[in-house]
Ligand binder design. Structure first.
Ligand SMILES: [Mg+2]
Length: 377
């Protein structure tokens, strides 16, 4: 069996009301989605999604004609490409989906088979009023979530803390609360500096007082030593690594003891093979492995296979925030949205590969472009 063709389609839906992401100064009025499909000589197809795969024309010859089951090799090639150019990890996701279909195995089994379930935490994405945020948390508790993540980054830290304190007082100890400081990286157009160690320390002490489960990205992603210092001073767990690009950067975080919680995203780094290995290293270091996911539901499902199959993840990020980031928006490429089951868990089936089905009608309706790659030389 060989890979004969790759197809990349782009799609977009309008966001009205706009999505005002807490980490982005520019409100988002559209939601673009890129989907990659990898076809083999027997007619099977694997599906991935994530970044735009803009460079794929330069590298198509490295995949066309290759055996889709040669997963280690593909992961290494994609890691090489991701150094020279754009992150190509959605292609890794698609090849694993294809390989799973050929082997008649779900990806969660292929990456370790530890479980087919993982507990989601509700990851909010916007800054709402105190009252609305408390309502969101109460609603999360009512529908069975065990944890909620709030976003800092309002113009005043006092407002961030007023919101957090109100949520804690409303839900007591029944709901774990994470706080994302969003200081690890910036959008390309955002030149505001990231926090200093002093600011992070001041915030962290107050998060300790409010018994927060983890403090996410309190410092720049490369501040390995400062994060280790902060970690030694605080009780709250430190989390990070959602946009970390290279495996040696994760090694540096581990070597420095910078984090309690590692949050790589399979559509952004490492692929299934690389991140299954990282999960083992993280757990051997006594830390937690709980993938980041944002974007559309294909990435959520891919990270669910990783978190359930390869690690003892206590939680998986579950993006959802009212009408601004609804499940319908997030999962518009899918026939079936990814929602928690009656036990509050995200559960994967025995379907081979990723076990997802694209909503072809909606994808056709929202399609902007199609690119096809089938050149061997
Ligand atoms: Mg984050």
């Amino acid at each position: 069996m060989t890979i004969v063709r790759m197809e990349v389609t782009t799609h977009e839906i309008e966001l009205d009301p706009p999505f005002q992401a807490a980490w982005d100064p520019t409100p988002r009025t559209a939601f673009p989605v890129t989907i990659v499909r990898v076809f083999d000589s027997g007619g099977a197809v694997g599906i991935g999604s994530g970044g735009t795969l803009a460079d794929l024309h330069e590298y198509q010859h490295l995949f066309v004609g290759e055996d889709p089951l040669d997963l280690d090799r593909h992961g290494k090639v994609i890691a090489n490409i991701s150094f020279h150019g754009a992150r190509m990890w959605p292609l890794d996701v698609a090849i694993w989906d294809l390989a799973g279909k050929l082997a008649d195995r779900p990806v969660w089994q292929m990456v370790g088979g530890r479980s087919n379930r993982v507990r989601p935490y509700l990851s909010t994405g916007t800054h709402r009023s105190v009252t609305e945020t408390v309502e969101s948390a109460e609603q999360a508790l009512a529908v069975g979530f065990g944890a909620i993540k709030l976003r800092f980054g309002r113009p005043s830290l006092d407002d961030d803390f007023a919101t957090l304190a109100a949520v804690r007082s409303a839900v007591g100890s029944e709901l774990e609360i994470m706080v994302d400081c969003n200081q690890g990286w910036r959008m390309p157009w955002d030149t505001t500096p990231t926090w200093t160690l002093e600011i992070a320390r001041t915030v962290g002490v107050r998060l300790d007082e409010l018994d927060v489960f983890w403090m996410e990205e309190p410092l720049h992603r490369g501040a390995y030593t400062e994060m280790a210092t902060l970690r030694s001073e605080l009780n709250v767990r430190l989390a990070g690594g959602e946009m970390t690009r290279d495996s040696h950067e994760f090694s540096a975080l581990l070597d420095h003891g910078s984090l309690d919680v590692y949050q790589p995203d399979v559509v952004l780094t490492g692929g299934f093979g690389g991140l299954a290995s990282l999960a083992a290293a993280v757990e051997a270091a006594g830390a937690l492995f709980t993938p980041h996911t944002w974007g559309n539901g294909i990435g959520l499902i891919a990270n669910c296979h990783l978190a359930a199959g390869a690690a003892a993840s206590p939680y998986l990020e579950y993006p959802s925030d009212g009408s601004q980031w609804s499940i319908d928006r997030r999962d518009y490429p899918l026939v079936k949205p990814m929602v928690p089951d009656a036990d509050g868990m995200l559960a994967l089936s025995e379907e081979p590969g990723l076990g997802l089905e694209l909503d072809e009608e909606r994808l056709n309706f929202t399609k902007i472009s199609v690119r096809t790659y089938s050149e061997r030389d």
